[in-house]
Design a protein around this ligand. Structure first.
Ligand SMILES: [Zn+2]
Length: 285
């Protein structure tokens, strides 16, 4: 299954909006991802929890923002599946990725995420995707909130590769085994971070040695902030031949990926007939 890019660098978003066919509502970009062949479109709600919205003084609007974001996708008939996106609460802080456990308890994370999941449920999304997480307490809270509403749930960490130890971990040290310990998750995997598409192949192999669960694989189209290392759609898609062969199930692109990346990726997915490998029973066909 191919996923659209759920969040991109601000610059990419602005650039795309300037292109013909892009309306201010963002509706234009959603159509582009549908036309590119994305099976799942993801809501633009990564930073829409009440905690993340604090820095904009909009905490009390978390439900409404999340609900409306899901409804935008729900109202487009061509959308096959909608992934309700939940992200880390680090967005509240000026320093991205400051450890939020120093400011909040796991129960506070849970309460904030529960509000978003309730909005997803009310709007009728097909699954909840908890992505770009760095620390376990937040991710655990998001998963618990999602399962309270009986939602199909994907959990995903933002890994970096550490050459010294030849290991993949988040900037706070969470690893593959930590994700696997989240037994209630229906889908596990990784997105964003500094894992390049070629490293994503290796990371997929390492996941597959430890789990049979459907695997979510969504690397960036380049390294954030590094213009010298940007993957063109065709090169990006080439790595997915190996990722899918190694057992990647729900595949897509994170920061810096465009409809062109998804189009190229979709060709690989179709070639390998991936669509038939994983589809939860309760999803409509
Ligand atoms: Zn990203």
């Amino acid at each position: 299954m191919a996923l659209e890019a759920a969040h991109t660098k601000r610059g990419d978003r602005a650039k795309r909006r300037r292109q013909p066919g892009h309306s201010d509502s963002g509706r234009g970009s959603e159509k582009e991802y549908i036309e590119a062949g994305a099976d799942i479109l993801v809501t633009n709600t990564l930073q829409a929890s009440s905690i993340s919205l604090k820095r904009y003084n909009h905490s009390e609007d978390a439900y409404e923002i999340t609900y409306k974001a899901a409804k935008i996708l729900k109202d487009i008939p061509e959308v096959k599946y909608i992934g309700g996106c939940i992200g880390p609460t680090t967005g509240e802080f000026k320093e991205w990725a400051m450890d939020p456990t120093k400011a909040y308890t796991e129960d506070e994370f849970y309460a904030a995420y529960k509000e978003q999941v309730r909005a997803f449920k009310d709007a009728g999304v097909d699954l909840v995707i908890c992505k770009t997480f760095f620390i376990l307490p937040e991710l655990r809270a998001a998963l618990r909130a999602s399962k309270d509403y009986d939602m199909i749930t994907a959990v995903s960490l933002a890994f970096n590769y550490f050459e010294k130890t030849d290991d993949f971990a988040t900037i706070y040290g969470a690893k593959i085994d930590d994700l696997i310990s989240l037994n209630d998750a229906d889908i596990i995997g990784f997105n964003c971070g500094s894992v390049t598409p070629d490293q994503a192949v290796e990371l997929t192999v390492r996941f597959r040695k430890k789990t049979d669960k459907p695997l979510f694989v969504e690397p960036n189209g380049g390294l954030p902030g590094n213009q010298d290392q940007v993957y063109t759609p065709d090169v990006f898609a080439t790595y997915f031949e190996k990722i899918i062969e190694a057992g990647g199930t729900l595949v897509g692109g994170c920061c810096g990926t465009t409809p062109g990346h998804i189009r190229a990726l979709k060709k690989i997915v179709d070639l390998q007939n991936l669509g038939t490998i994983y589809r939860p029973k309760k999803w409509r066909l």
